[in-house]
Write a protein that binds this ligand. Structure first.
Ligand SMILES: Nc1ncnc2c1ncn2[C@@H]1O[C@H](COP(=O)(O)OP(=O)(O)OP(=O)(O)O)[C@@H](O)[C@H]1O
Ligand SMILES: [Mg+2]
Length: 507
């Protein structure tokens, strides 16, 4: 291994959590200037391994060699001092501070000497060099998810990272943002940076990675395989040990009665600006309506208004012939309305509560779970065990707090809970974001099954392949309106892309 600070080698890394062998004697290394993809199913131990490299976890055994030097990392600051920076699955920026302030927060530089305009200048220069377009003065909360990620990358570059770990960086990006990110990554590798790239999107792995390493249940199953010339199907097989159907089988169905209708629906976003500017749509039983659009065009607000998390400012929404509005008893409606929210850890679950407690969030006040003023613990456990079993949720136990579940398993738990109520309407927002190929396949099958049992499903996604393969009809959202609708079968991707970008397209 070279002496360059831009390479590293992990040898025999062992990391356990109560009941799980997250990393079982793992060897993993990265050469100068390469993009090394780390693949594996949800819960395989990818984030854990990279948290060790980033100084967040101390391994129980194993060695860490960075730039030819054996090191022991005690903190992320230690890691960054050794040139290792990590961008996490969940961003770690301070929302109320500006981009430039976030660069220096937590640094051990005396505040007295801190010259913010100088920081802003440096940030702007880095942004220019690496094609990372953000305003250094903007507050984090004002930024889109894609912009926030650029800030995370900038922060690591600003702090001198030579080795950049990106944990599912594209899960939240639009296709255009992914392209921009890849340009940045290529610029970085050409400057000699090394990149560890974790992703479940195998097309992207084939596109950006030089080599691939696969983890399975904490162990390496493929090490440093060349990514050039490998196919998505091959990578999937390495990860899950079986064939994955990338194509969904779905029955032909006659849509039933109208379950959901909106007329000229309007709402504001968090910045009190109009986000929905008159959405009119219908959704029938046994139908999947795919909503396509670039993030920030009102999809999130639409889902929130329809599920009672945000007030509308005008128009109508009718659910099963009942008008919804400020006087709606959402708790009652909630039994028939399933919501798979965009943010699984903040909206979809309570991270500190157990798997069992999270499994009853929607029915704790109903029999058989409710028992007078309290909760029937035995009934709760029974339900949780059943869901964990039926949906194959990997968790140490039903008492485990859900913050310890892997992303995919948390999503399966939320789906299990929402579906178990037997909903007639389902609002699913990016339901497979961050899920491994196997879990994605499982979620797709669950959605198709719901459709076949007669539920009306609104599927909001940025993944056009997913939308095209699952939906019966597609609606394209742009600037708070539905700008086009078409049957999904035979839909023209180019045309949808143009509509998503706001170009007027002839019918
Ligand atoms: N802080 C923690 N405490 C307890 N268990 C944990 C903790 N972090 C991870 N685990 C467990 O360790 C295993 C590996 O988790 P890890 O997050 O590394 O998986 P991953 O490969 O990153 O999965 P995903 O693709 O879903 O992000 C899982 O079984 C997970 O539940
Ligand atoms: Mg992870």
């Amino acid at each position: 291994m070279s002496e360059s600070p831009n390479s590293f080698e992990m040898r025999g890394i062992v990391k356990r959590f109560p009941g799980v062998f997250a990393n079982d004697h793992v060897d993993f290394s990265c050469k100068v200037g390469e993009v090394h993809a780390l693949l594996g199913e949800n819960g395989a131990g990818k984030s854990t391994l990279m948290n060790v490299l980033a100084g967040l976890y101390r391994p129980e055994a194993g060695e860490l060699v960075i730039g030819g030097k054996q090191v022991t990392l005690h903190s992320p600051q230690d890691a960054i001092a050794n040139g290792v920076g990590m961008i996490h699955q969940h961003f770690m920026l301070v929302p109320s501070h500006s981009v430039a302030e976030n660069m220096v927060l937590g640094l051990n530089k005396p505040r007295f000497f801190l010259n913010l305009s100088q920081v802003e200048e440096q940030v702007a220069a880095l942004a220019k060099q690496y094609d990372l377009n953000v305003n250094p003065r903007a507050k984090i909360w004002e930024l889109s998810v894609g912009e926030q990620q650029r800030v995370e990358v900038l922060k690591m570059l600003f702090r001198g990272a030579k080795i950049l770990i990106m944990d599912e960086p594209t899960a939240v990006l639009t296709p255009q943002e992914v392209e921009a990110l890849f340009r940045t990554l290529r610029e970085m590798t050409s400057q000699g940076h090394s990149i560890v790239f974790i992703s479940h999107k195998l097309d992207e792995v084939v596109a950006i990675a030089d080599r691939v390493t696969v983890l399975r249940k904490g162990k390496i199953t493929a090490s440093g395989v060349s990514a050039k010339g490998s196919t998505k199907a091959q990578l999937a097989r390495l990860m899950v040990g079986r064939e994955i159907l990338f194509q969904i089988e779905k029955k032909k169905m006659e849509p039933g009665k109208i379950i959901l209708e909106t007329k000229n629906l309007q709402a504001d976003n968090d910045r009190a600006l109009p986000a929905l500017r008159g959405v009119s749509m219908q959704l029938r039983a046994g139908e999947i309506l795919g909503v396509a659009g670039v993030a920030g065009n009102g999809q999130r607000e639409l889902a929130e208004v329809l599920t009672g998390l945000r007030n509308s400012t005008g128009g109508e929404m009718i659910f099963d012939q009942v008008a919804l509005g400020p006087h709606t008893n959402w708790r009652e409606i909630g039994q028939r309305l399933a919501h798979i929210p965009e943010d699984r850890s903040a909206v979809g679950s309570v991270p500190g509560l157990s798997v069992a407690e999270n499994s009853i969030l929607k029915c704790f006040n109903l029999t058989p779970i409710a028992k007078g003023w309290s909760i029937d613990a035995a009934a709760m456990q029974k339900k949780a065990v059943k869901l964990v079993d039926e949906y194959q949720i990997a968790t140490a136990s039903i008492q485990t707090p859900v913050r310890m579940l892997s992303g995919g398993n948390l999503q399966k738990l939320i789906l299990a809970r929402e579906i178990s109520g037997g909903p007639s309407l389902m609002i699913a927002v990016h339901p497979t974001r961050g899920l491994d190929v196997g879990a994605t396949e499982a979620v797709h099958k669950l959605l198709i099954k719901q459709r076949e049992s007669g539920a009306a499903i609104m599927l909001i996604s940025e993944d056009l392949d997913e939308l095209l393969s699952l939906s019966d009809r597609l609606a394209v959202m742009y600037e708070g309106k539905i700008v086009g609708e078409m049957p999904a079968e035979g839909a023209d991707i180019q045309r949808i892309g143009l509509m998503m970008a706001g170009t007027k397209v002839e019918a």
